[in-house]
Design a protein around this ligand. Structure first.
Ligand SMILES: Nc1ncnc2c1ncn2[C@@H]1O[C@H](COP(=O)(O)OP(=O)(O)OP(=O)(O)O)[C@@H](O)[C@H]1O
Length: 251
């Protein structure tokens, strides 16, 4: 799979003139498997939303190397997903195939078969007709991973995919992430568990509003870098002088 790098060049994003990420520069290499880690409020979700083009960055530039929206598969934090729509598991997984059906296209036999295989890959055979509102957090996360399988995106962006998810489901979903990495896709995930990052993610971005370190995981998550990140977090003060930036982040 030939892919470009995704580069951040001196990117600052502010809410109410307070920077959530500050002068971030670096690159997600093509085909890399990168964890974005850091303290609460470090700007991890903001960085992903900026990458997805959901926020206009106040300063700097994100170079997606010519990749378009359909090249990205994005899983926001569970808290940002509304499960009250009257959708079944099958409907939700098939949403991943929108680029193959078009806005009002029908679902062909091929796509239906791919959706069934995706559900089986996440261990949810037989769940097709269940309402998504009636699933456990872990089952719903499996559905969302099945949707990503159907989407077949070249870059996969996951925001805290394992929060409130049991160990077995986490293990199964980590195997899918490794499969995507093995297929040459670029995979980026916000994670809180440093041991999990060290065990499964060769690259890491340690963020504390600024990029403390970005590179191979062992170096990025060194004790010195973790101390620096913690010290930065302790200094954050919502009453601090605002950063002078050109524009506000706007959804
Ligand atoms: N829509 C918003 N409006 C105003 N401030 C925001 C908004 N979204 C995030 N922030 C602030 O920006 C900072 C970074 O938030 P962000 O959610 O990106 O951090 P995070 O590293 O993902 O945090 P967590 O680990 O707690 O999920 C925080 O101080 C947060 O309060």
């Amino acid at each position: 799979m030939s892919l470009p790098a995704i580069r951040f060049d001196d990117v600052t994003v502010a809410y109410n003139r307070h920077p959530a990420i500050h002068h971030v520069s670096g690159a997600f290499a093509p085909g890399s498997l990168t964890a974005v880690a850091g303290p609460n409020g470090a700007g991890k979700s903001t960085l992903l939303k900026t990458l997805m083009g959901e926020l206009s960055q106040a300063e700097g530039h994100v170079d997606r190397g010519g990749l378009r929206g359909r090249d990205f598969g994005y899983l926001p934090q569970a808290a940002d997903i509304d499960r009250h729509f009257p959708l079944t598991v099958a409907d939700t997984v098939l949403l991943g195939g929108w680029h193959r059906t078009g806005a009002f296209g029908g679902v062909g036999r091929d796509l239906a078969g791919t959706a069934r295989r995706a559900l089986s890959a996440v261990g949810l055979e037989g769940f097709e007709h269940r309402h998504i509102g009636a699933l456990s957090a872990g089952q719903f996360q499996r559905v969302l991973f099945a949707r990503l399988l159907l989407q077949d995106a070249r870059v996969i962006v996951l925001d805290e995919p394992f929060t409130a998810i049991d160990e077995r489901t986490t293990g199964d979903l980590l195997r899918l992430i490794r499969r995507w990495h093995g297929e040459g896709r670029t995979v980026i995930a916000v994670l809180h568990d440093f041991d999990q990052v060290r065990a499964h993610f060769p690259s890491a971005l340690l963020l504390a509003r600024e990029a403390i370190a970005w590179g191979d995981t062992e170096t990025a998550l060194s004790p010195e870098n973790l101390l620096r990140a913690r010290a930065m977090a302790e200094k954050w003060d919502d009453d601090a002088a605002p950063c002078v930036v050109a524009r506000e982040a706007a959804a």
